[in-house]
Design a protein around this ligand. Structure first.
Ligand SMILES: C[C@@](CO)(OP(=O)(O)O)[C@H](O)COP(=O)(O)OP(=O)(O)OC[C@H]1O[C@@H](n2ccc(N)nc2=O)[C@H](O)[C@@H]1O
Ligand SMILES: Nc1ncnc2c1ncn2[C@@H]1O[C@H](COP(=O)(O)OP(=O)(O)O)[C@@H](O)[C@H]1O
Length: 298
């Protein structure tokens, strides 16, 4: 991801990559209400950026297209929650820090911006404060911040089960050229889960020997996002945006997470960029971003 100025000003920088749920099957529900999921997840070469700098007192600043959206959220930003949780775990080593968040991803959009920011804060502050914690300790802190935070901490292709905390790397997943598309209508994740008609859907069953982009595309195409029907009820623009991606030549389109962001997979990055430009011309008030996802081999 391009550094865009943060690198010079802040000694430690971290990328918070957009999370893409290539498939999301809801397979059950726990006694505490959280849903059991089977997810195939990858990460995009675009997202938010964070900078970390030692300071006299803690500070938090925002920039980027969607920075304003989060400006009035007091102490509730996931970046600050991650900072405070990590500080509690490490004690005196945790000197004051100025954190800057360049907010490029739309908020409440199913691509895990807040979760990726929280995960990047854990990574960045461990570097700034010069510490390494046991993997299980970091995983525990991440999960306290949200179900998606452990996988955003990994930021590489993976299958996640449980509520998102049981993670298995997928080293064979290829990179994809994509357009991310969002009508800039925030979606409430709990509301989408509440509207699910069926909680016990068939599990995600991927063949063990999937190979090449065509093989993976066919397997992803046969999978689902079970949250897409209830999200489409809440935000009818999801159907329109999905149709627009198809019309621009996407090989496969699907909604990510609880929406409303949809992704379209294209044959190459030039085709994705061309489609994003055409879509932007049609709806300059919406969000369209061409990107490549990371491959399992990275
Ligand atoms: C749906 C997913 C798929 O990746 O992504 P997003 O749409 O948020 O990007 C995630 O599971 C979202 O994870 P995250 O956004 O971290 O969720 P949390 O803050 O832990 O939970 C928010 C709320 O969503 C519901 N929730 C979340 C995760 C889960 N496995 N079951 C649930 O029922 C619960 O109502 C919970 O109170
Ligand atoms: N750094 C952050 N970025 C985005 N949203 C945040 C952040 N901190 C707190 N939030 C809150 O978390 C909620 C979910 O946001 P987000 O992570 O963008 O959703 P999603 O996982 O659906 O993409 C929003 O309602 C927002 O107000």
């Amino acid at each position: 991801m391009p550094e865009e100025g943060l690198a010079e000003a802040f000694g430690v920088t971290e990328a918070a990559r957009a999370k893409i749920n290539l498939a999301l099957h809801v397979t059950g529900q726990r006694a505490d209400g959280y849903h059991l999921l089977d997810m195939l997840v990858t990460f995009a070469d675009c997202g938010d950026r964070l900078g970390f700098l030692p300071a006299q007192a803690d500070a938090f600043t925002l920039s980027g297209r969607f920075g304003e959206t989060l400006a009035g959220d007091g102490g509730t930003n996931l970046v600050l929650r991650a900072r405070d949780l990590l500080r509690e775990a490490v004690g005196v080593l945790a000197f004051p820090v100025h954190i800057h968040l360049e907010k490029n991803l739309p908020v409440a959009s199913g691509i895990g911006g807040g979760s990726a920011d929280a995960a990047a804060t854990l990574r960045g502050l461990m570097r700034l404060w010069g510490m390494s914690l046991p993997v299980e300790t970091v995983a525990g802190l991440a999960l306290k911040l949200g179900a998606d935070v452990p996988m955003c901490f990994e930021s590489r292709p993976l299958i996640a089960r449980g509520i998102g905390e049981k993670i298995e790397a997928v080293p064979d997943l290829p990179a994809f050229a994509m357009v991310l598309a969002n009508p800039l209508k925030g979606v409430s994740t709990p509301e989408v889960f509440r509207r699910l008609a069926t909680k016990n859907n068939p599990a995600l069953n991927l063949a063990a020997d999937l190979a090449g982009t065509a093989g993976w595309l066919a397997a992803i195409g046969a999978a689902r996002n079970d949250l897409e029907p209830p999200a489409r009820e809440l935000v009818p623009e999801i159907s329109a945006i999905s149709a627009m991606l198809h019309a621009e030549g996407a090989l496969l389109t699907r909604m990510s997470g609880s929406g409303a962001t949809c992704f379209g997979i294209f044959s190459n990055i030039a085709a994705a960029q061309q489609a994003a430009a055409a879509l932007h011309d049609a709806r300059p008030d919406w969000y369209f971003q061409a990107t490549e996802t990371v491959s399992g081999g990275m």
